[in-house]
Design a protein around this ligand. Structure first.
Ligand SMILES: Nc1ncnc2c1ncn2[C@@H]1O[C@H](COP(=O)(O)OP(=O)(O)OP(=O)(O)O)[C@@H](O)[C@H]1O
Ligand SMILES: [Mg+2]
Length: 340
C-alpha cells in the first residue's frame, strides 16, 4: 500500500487565514488569533473563539495574532496556530504525510519566508511556497504566463500588495505595510479624539465592514447609524450616532495612502504594462476590496478600469487550489516564488 498523503493549502493572513483541501470544495476561513493560558502558555482557544476573547481583558488568557503586516511575528503562537489549521483541513486519519502549500507576501524577506517553513516543517510535512500575488492572480482567473500580463492590488488586513505580473514573472511589486487592521485602529483613534468615545478592535472592524466606504457609490445616500462603546465623558457604557460621511473621512488617510501607492506603482511600470493597464484595467482583491466605493473612486481619480472578482477575499485560496489540483502546470511559479 502506498503512502497516504493529503494535500492542503493555507492562505496564512494577518487578519484571517483560509484553509482548503485538494479533495474538498469546502473552505475554512478562520481569524488569525490564538488565546494562550497566561501561566502555562498553552493554547486554550483558536480562531473565532480567540478573537471574541480579545478585548475582554481577562488576566488568565492572552490573545495573540501570530502575524503582523503579513508575516509571522510570534513564532511559538504561529506554530500552534498552523498545527490547528492543518488539523482543521485533515480528512483522512490514516494519512502519514501532508503536502502543505502556503503563500507568503511578495514583500516577505528570505528570513521571513524561512520562518513559515520552519513552523510547518515541525509537523513532518512537505512544504511548497507560492508568493501571494501569483495565487491572487490565478484566483482571479488571470493568466500569469501570458505576455500581456496583469496588474492587481490585494488589500488585506496587514498589507496592501500591488503587483504586475507577465510571462510567469513579477514585473514590479509595491507594498504598503498597513491595510485593513490599520483602518480599524484609525477609527478607534478618531472616535476617541473627536468624540471622546471608546470602542474595541472587534467593534471598530464591525463598523467598518457594515458602514465603511472609500467613496460615495452612485445612487447611494449618506446615513446615520448607532455606535455602542464607552463614553469617556461619563466613563459609562453608551451609544452615539455617526454618519457614513464622517466614517469615510476618518478612514480617508489610509484610503488615500492606498490610492497614492497605486498611482506611484502605475508610474513605475514599463510602457507595455502601462498599455495593458489602459486596456484591461486593474483587478482588486483581498478583504479590503469589499469596502464600498473603490471602483468608482479609482476610476474617477486615476482614470482606470477596476474589476473586483466575486468573493475577492477568497482570490488567494482559489488560486492556491488551482495549484494543488495541477501542481505540474504551476511548477515554474512555485520555483520562481521560492527564493529561500
Ligand atoms: N465586507 C468588508 N468590508 C470591508 N472590509 C472588510 C470586509 N470583509 C473583510 N474586510 C477587511 O479585510 C481585511 C482582511 O482581508 P484579508 O482576509 O484579505 O486579509 P489577510 O489575508 O488576513 O491579510 P494580509 O494579506 O495582509 O496578511 C480585514 O481588515 C477586514 O476587516
Ligand atoms: Mg492576504
Amino acid at each position: 500500500m502506498g503512502l497516504i498523503r493529503e494535500r492542503i493549502a493555507i492562505d496564512l493572513g494577518t487578519a484571517y487565514s483560509i484553509v482548503a483541501h485538494e479533495k474538498s470544495d469546502e473552505l475554512w476561513r478562520i481569524p488569525s488569533s490564538i488565546a494562550l493560558d497566561s501561566r502555562t502558555k498553552e493554547p486554550v482557544a483558536y480562531g473565532e473563539q480567540a478573537k471574541m476573547m480579545f478585548g475582554i481583558g481577562s488576566q488568565r488568557h492572552e490573545v495573540i495574532r501570530p502575524l503582523k503586516e503579513g508575516v509571522i511575528c510570534n513564532f511559538e503562537a504561529a506554530g500552534h496556530y498552523l498545527s490547528y489549521l492543518v488539523s482543521r483541513a485533515r480528512r483522512n486519519p490514516l494519512a502519514l504525510q501532508y503536502q502543505v502549500l502556503v503563500c507568503v507576501p511578495w514583500g516577505a524577506t528570505a528570513v521571513e519566508t524561512k520562518s513559515y517553513i520552519d513552523r510547518i516543517q515541525s509537523f513532518r510535512t512537505q512544504i511548497r511556497i507560492v508568493r501571494e500575488p501569483f495565487a491572487a492572480a490565478l484566483g482571479s482567473d488571470l493568466d500569469v504566463f501570458s505576455s500581456e500580463g496583469c496588474t492587481l492590488i490585494d488589500i488585506g488586513g496587514g498589507t496592501v500588495e500591488i503587483s504586475t505580473i507577465a510571462h510567469g514573472h513579477m514585473i514590479f511589486c509595491s507594498t504598503l505595510r498597513s491595510a485593513g487592521n490599520a483602518m480599524d485602529q484609525l477609527l478607534i483613534e478618531k472616535l476617541l479624539r473627536n468624540k471622546f468615545f471608546e470602542v474595541g478592535e472587534n467593534t471598530a472592524e464591525e463598523i467598518k465592514i457594515n458602514y465603511g466606504s472609500v467613496f460615495l457609490e452612485e445612487g447611494q445616500t449618506e446615513k446615520e447609524f448607532e455606535v455602542r462603546g464607552l463614553d469617556r465623558k461619563t466613563s459609562c457604557p453608551g451609544r452615539m450616532s455617526l454618519s457614513t460621511e464622517t466614517l469615510r473621512d476618518y478612514l480617508e488617510p489610509l484610503s488615500l495612502a492606498i490610492e497614492n501607492k497605486l498611482k506611484e506603482h502605475l508610474r513605475h511600470l514599463p510602457p507595455e504594462s502601462q498599455l495593458n493597464v489602459e486596456e484591461k484595467g486593474v483587478f482588486l482583491v483581498g478583504g479590503g476590496a469589499l469596502l464600498k466605493g473603490w471602483s468608482r473612486r479609482l476610476n474617477q481619480r486615476l482614470g482606470i478600469k477596476i474589476t473586483i472578482p466575486s468573493d475577492p477575499h477568497l482570490a488567494v485560496i482559489r488560486g492556491m487550489k488551482k495549484i494543488l489540483r495541477e501542481p505540474a502546470k504551476y511548477e515554474s511559479i512555485l520555483k520562481i516564488s521560492e527564493g529561500v
